[in-house]
Design a protein around this ligand. Structure first.
Ligand code: P6P
Length: 334
């Protein structure tokens, strides 16, 4: 029987000897507490009266679900109470949330997608919370510009997946660890130490409804996968699309594959550079992928090297098994 390692045990070992050990542990435990509360709301669904539309749009112009707003409020309340944050930026808020007077401020900024894949919520599909923690060293309160740091500046990133099990997956830059929520004890237990993305894979993840708008490199890659063993790849492929980045990325961390949300002619005609947001989707998920020996690119550069220009900036996203991302990058360079 392997030793039961709780998230608190893991944090003590992971941050041992670091000057910021207590701060990072307190912040991470507050994130976990928020996810436990959000998981309970998701799990109770209609019985908790939290399903359905909120009757308003977010800064993205997307219809907000009731649970989008509730999850945002839970995440803010729990994480700011840790006393380790100087500010919080969220998909659900136009500008960052300043830490209120009377609440201790710390040396970190956090960006969050409180309920990724919320269009799945009313049909009981996978959803998740994605978070990214950045350093903040100034004495004065931050402004939005202080959040605009490249993904390679992150000190902690991860997600909580609300699915058949509730799983917290995170990295501090020393590999990727996965924890499963023990509902009886109400605590996360280490269940997937040192997660690694298989280098080879025969599974791709893309919303194929937009095929008519794809640019040539993506079209070539997907066509070759679809041609299977009769085509240049010489092998058959499978496709999955969860409608939630957390669901797709978690599957890839577990069994390999590529997740693609490229820019396309339709988006560019609307003045957009992609669908997914850099600060609280692409950067945290890209770091997890790299820490698990995968790769993450925009098609033009490594996702972790993109210098953000706005809180809700969108980027094209390709991430997953290293050999498949290498192939995609080759197609983008020809
Ligand atoms: P589409 C969810 O809204 C999200 O931001 C990601 O989690 C997901 O991968 C993607 O959008 C789904 O987009 O266009 O298939 O609905």
């Amino acid at each position: 029987m392997t030793k039961r390692i709780t998230l608190a045990d893991f944090l003590a070992a992971e941050t041992q000897g670091q000057s910021n050990a207590a701060a990072l542990s307190a912040l991470t435990l507050s994130i976990a507490d928020a996810c436990v509360d959000i998981a309970a709301l998701v799990r109770h669904g209609e019985l908790a009266g939290v399903l359905g539309a909120a009757g308003q749009e977010n800064v993205q112009g997307e219809e907000q679900k009731k649970l989008d707003i509730i999850a945002n409020d839970v995440f803010i309340d729990k994480t700011q109470a840790s006393g380790q944050l100087a500010g919080i930026a969220s998909e659900e808020m136009d500008n960052h949330h300043p830490i209120p007077e009377g609440v201790a401020r710390g040396n970190y900024l956090i960006t969050v997608d409180p309920l990724d894949g919320s269009s799945n919520i009313d049909v009981n599909g996978a959803t998740g919370t994605i978070f990214s923690v950045l350093p903040y060293a100034k004495e004065s309160p931050p402004d939005d510009a202080d959040f605009l740091q490249a993904g390679n500046q992150q000190v902690l990133a991860g997600y909580c997946l609300y699915s058949s099990a509730t799983m917290l997956v995170l990295t501090f830059g020393h590999g990727v660890a996965g924890f499963t929520l023990d509902l009886d004890q109400g605590e996360f237990v280490l269940s997937h130490p040192a997660m690694q993305v298989p280098a080879q894979s025969r599974e791709f993840s893309i919303n194929a409804a937009y095929a008519a708008h794809w640019h040539a490199p993506i079209k070539r890659y997907i066509d070759e996968c679809v041609q299977g063993d009769a085509g240049p790849r010489g092998e058959n492929f499978n496709m999955r699309w969860a409608g939630s980045m957390v669901g797709d990325v978690h599957r890839i961390l577990c069994r390999g594959g590529v997740f693609l949300y490229p820019s396309d002619a339709r988006m560019e005609k609307a003045g957009k550079t992609g669908k997914l947001r850099l600060m609280y989707e692409a950067s945290p998920m890209g770091w997890l992928m790299e820490q698990a020996s995968g790769k993450a690119h925009t098609g033009a550069q490594n996702i972790l090297e993109v210098i953000p220009t706005s809180l809700h900036q969108r980027v094209p996203v390709m991430m997953g098994s290293a050999s498949e991302i290498d192939r995609l990058m080759e197609y983008h360079s020809t």
